[in-house]
Design a protein around this ligand. Structure first.
Ligand code: PMP
Length: 418
């Protein structure tokens, strides 16, 4: 009998039968509070009634309007509506299915539009698993090991991870920007550098927000050298951090290209890159596409997602509930020396576990995550050493659900450190 490939692994033993809001249920109707949101995807909660209704309606009208053959109304309407939330000037959109594909699309665009080959990424970044995106990812060795040779032309500059560096935020920014200048002086000449790809909050790499000043420093260098600044907002986007986009926490800084996926369509495979039409016009027409890009049902889900985020004030809720969750996590951390740091933005929060000697404690992080699952709270780990436990609740989460999660969290931590 065929079986699922052992290459695929799960963080929990749960077999989900249905989902509703912040909860997943198994076949026995056991309820789990889902603070993974399918890795930051179900921002409107599982099966939001307005998303479900839009999908039902669209499935009966048109499922697949293949976008290199015909256009369809959902794609055109979504393109128009995304203008309501995109930074000014990013007025052309191109759609794919997954985050990785959108990263590859941005990479192709950057190379074609600039005629330059290299890209710079930041230490600890995750941009995906397809071969180009994998070459741009340094969030953990499992994303790169054994699959080489990887795409050449990728240089890695430091990310201002103040906690890991043992520096204050301003010093960490200075350190990282000096490191970037060094990469431009030693490894990837500005004249050969097409783009810098940055996550405004490192995701898989450990939930590290870029301190104020870093993105401004990147913007300044991008302008000085004619390098494109590409914001990978795949995990940080769609309201998660308490602003619609996480780069908006760095006042006055806008990217040349913005990449979105995950929360965009509440669980349907849809991703997009946004850039000025003039920039997109410098790519070779017809050089990008795909069978499923901009799927009609996925676009309908994205339109309903935008409505729900606006009508239910989910960006504001992410900021409010994020403060509540962060307070609770800090309270637990105050009593537990192994939790060395609590950090994040909005509803993208994490606790980092260290041993008494200061080395990463992935084992403890994993065991907290397992005890939490037993208590009905689903969580994921992250971080380059796997010693960070992250919380990514849906943006519809209530204060009561956060209290419920915090109670399970503190019990799971107590059990794991015992
Ligand atoms: N970039 C970032 C910042 C991500 O968090 C992810 C997914 N975790 C990706 C890219 C890749 O997206 P996908 O898994 O949809 O290919």
């Amino acid at each position: 009998m065929p079986q699922l490939s052992p290459m695929l692994q799960q963080a929990t033993p749960v077999i989900a039968a249905r989902g509703e809001g912040a909860y997943l249920y198994d076949a026995d109707d056991r309820r789990y509070l889902d603070f993974t949101s399918g890795v930051g995807v179900t921002n409107t909660g599982h099966c939001h009634p307005r998303v479900v209704e839009a999908v039902r309606r669209q499935a009966g009208r048109l499922i697949h309007g293949q976008y290199t053959t015909v256009l369809h109304d959902q794609l055109l309407t979504l393109t128009e509506r995304l203008g309501e939330v995109l930074p000014d000037g990013l007025d052309a959109l191109f759609y794919m299915n997954s985050g990785s594909e959108a990263v590859e699309a941005a990479l192709r665009l950057a190379r074609q539009a600039t005629g330059r080959q290299n890209v710079i990424v930041f230490d600890g970044s995750f941009h995906g698993r397809t071969m180009g995106a994998a070459a741009m990812s340094t969030a953990g060795i499992r994303f790169r090991a054994g699959i080489g040779p990887l795409m050449p032309g990728v240089a890695v500059a430091p990310f201002p991870d103040a906690f890991a560096l043992g520096l204050g935020e301003d010093e960490a920014v200075t350190h990282a920007l000096r490191g970037l200048d060094r990469v431009l002086a030693t490894t990837s000449s500005p004249a050969e550098t097409a783009a810098m790809f940055v996550e405004p909050v490192l995701g898989e790499g450990g939930y590290v927000p870029a301190p104020p000043g870093f993105l401004a420093g990147l913007r300044e260098r991008a302008d000085r050298h004619g390098i494109l600044l590409v914001a990978d907002e795949i995990q940080t986007g769609f309201g998660r951090t308490g602003r619609f986009w996480a780069h908006q926490h760095s006042t006055g800084v806008a990217p040349d290209v913005l990449i979105t996926a995950k929360g965009l369509a509440s669980g349907f495979p849809l991703s997009a890159i946004a850039a000025p039409v003039e920039l997109m016009g410098r790519a070779w027409p017809g050089s990008q596409g795909g069978t499923y890009g901009g799927n009609a049902v996925a676009c309908a889900a994205a339109l309903a997602t935008l409505d729900v985020i606006r009508d239910e004030g989910l960006v504001e809720n992410a900021a409010r509930q994020g403060r509540h969750l962060a307070d609770g996590l800090r309270k637990t951390a105050a009593d537990v020396p192994a939790i060395a740091d609590v950090r994040g933005l909005g509803l993208m929060l994490a606790s980092e576990f260290l041993r008494p000697d200061g080395s990463p404690d992935a084992e403890l992080a994993r065991s907290v995550q397992r005890y939490a699952t037993e208590r009905g709270l689903l969580l994921l780990t992250c971080g380059v050493h796997g010693n960070v436990v992250r919380m990514i609740p849906p943006l519809v989460v209530t204060a009561e659900q956060i209290d419920e999660a915090l109670e399970s969290w503190s019990a799971a931590v107590t059990e794991a450190v015992r």
